[in-house]
Design a protein around this ligand. Sequence first.
Ligand SMILES: NC(=O)c1ccc[n+]([C@@H]2O[C@H](COP(=O)([O-])OP(=O)(O)OC[C@H]3O[C@@H](n4cnc5c(N)ncnc54)[C@H](O)[C@@H]3O)[C@@H](O)[C@H]2O)c1
Length: 380
Amino acid sequence: MKTVRFGIIGCGLMGREFASAAARWCHLLEMDVRPEVVAVCGRTTNPFAWYRDNFPSIKQFTVDYKTLLANPEVEAVYVALPHHLHREVYCAVIEAGKHLLGEKPFGIDQRACDDIVACARRRPKVFVRCSSQSPFFPAMQRVGGMIERKAFGQVIELNTGFLHSSDLDPNKPINWKRTTECNGEYGVMGDLGLHACHLAFRAGWVPRNVRAILSHIIKERPDGKGNLVPSQTWDNATLLCEAADPDHDALFPWTLRTHRIAPGQKNNWYAEICGTKASARWTSVKADILEVMDYNGGEQIWGEIQTGHETAFKSITGGIFQFGFSDAILQMWAAFLYELAHGAPLKKFAGCATPGEVVLSHHLFTAALESQRSRSVVSL
Ligand SMILES: NC(=O)c1ccc[n+]([C@@H]2O[C@H](COP(=O)([O-])OP(=O)(O)OC[C@H]3O[C@@H](n4cnc5c(N)ncnc54)[C@H](O)[C@@H]3O)[C@@H](O)[C@H]2O)c1
């Protein structure tokens, strides 16, 4: 078993998710590569206690990411930082010759993303990917298989999205995701957008143009110190694109919704693909159920498949058992390490987002901002 020694920069929500996935690597079967977390970097020392208590492998704790990058033990780095820090830190990781799994949106804006990707091009031996775990849900794996088999026929319509509801509460305190300084102009698209694009981009379905309606619904939030402060970023983004189906030389409508104020939707990833030969729909609210309709000229009947634990990377969990968020994170990490070790993903829909895919997402979000400004359709 090959070991890849990791550093983590950013010890918040996602830093802990990755560390926890690394700690339960024994959950996976047939992997010939595993991560070992050897170093962590946070802005303060507060989060270190959890890492220290749970990871005897971690020998370096630092508040300076450059110190972590100077550590020759560290071969690869997972970075989970606010978006305004992506360009500086991702470029530094790549330039230090360490493999990088960065978080989305991979740069606060198009320019930052282009700079990161240019850095990666200058260092072709460094493996660079962006985190995106939704394709690893078993139902999405099945949809990926259907796309590979060209089971949908000509795509008629695509609807994808990622919906959250907690910002409906006007008393929810502000955090960095609601400031343009840290989350940029994209707002909710930077936060949630890649999750709603990755499957389509991997399928080769590329938006040609977009009309976006962006909503700024709650304009002030408590700062936790008794004041109301501006909540600056877009809460909801509704995009209507014309996308190309390369197999049929045809265009189809793609609606893409990323909402932080979607009443009642705690954490809903969804995808619906309507095709001339088959259609499929899935929502993470009922993660175990994939609805499919095959059409061969007879009755049009939607069926329901309970997908259980059918994962891209085999695990010890019995095939009948349900799959959840942390399982998707573990699968995504398996995909990163598998592709790093083998030079290619296990299969087409079992890979993290590539630099090309994140660039495409930035083109889309940048065009969406322009569409909102001009109240018009913007070509990509
Ligand atoms: N893949 C997913 O499902 C998912 C979910 C949530 C967030 N994210 C992404 O993960 C990234 C981080 O988000 P989060 O929710 O973990 O945020 P978070 O606020 O929970 O954690 C960010 C951490 O970065 C630390 N930090 C800030 N500046 C630093 C510096 N200079 N050096 C070291 N540490 C520093 C903060 O102290 C904090 O602990 C973002 O890019 C976000 O979009 C991805």
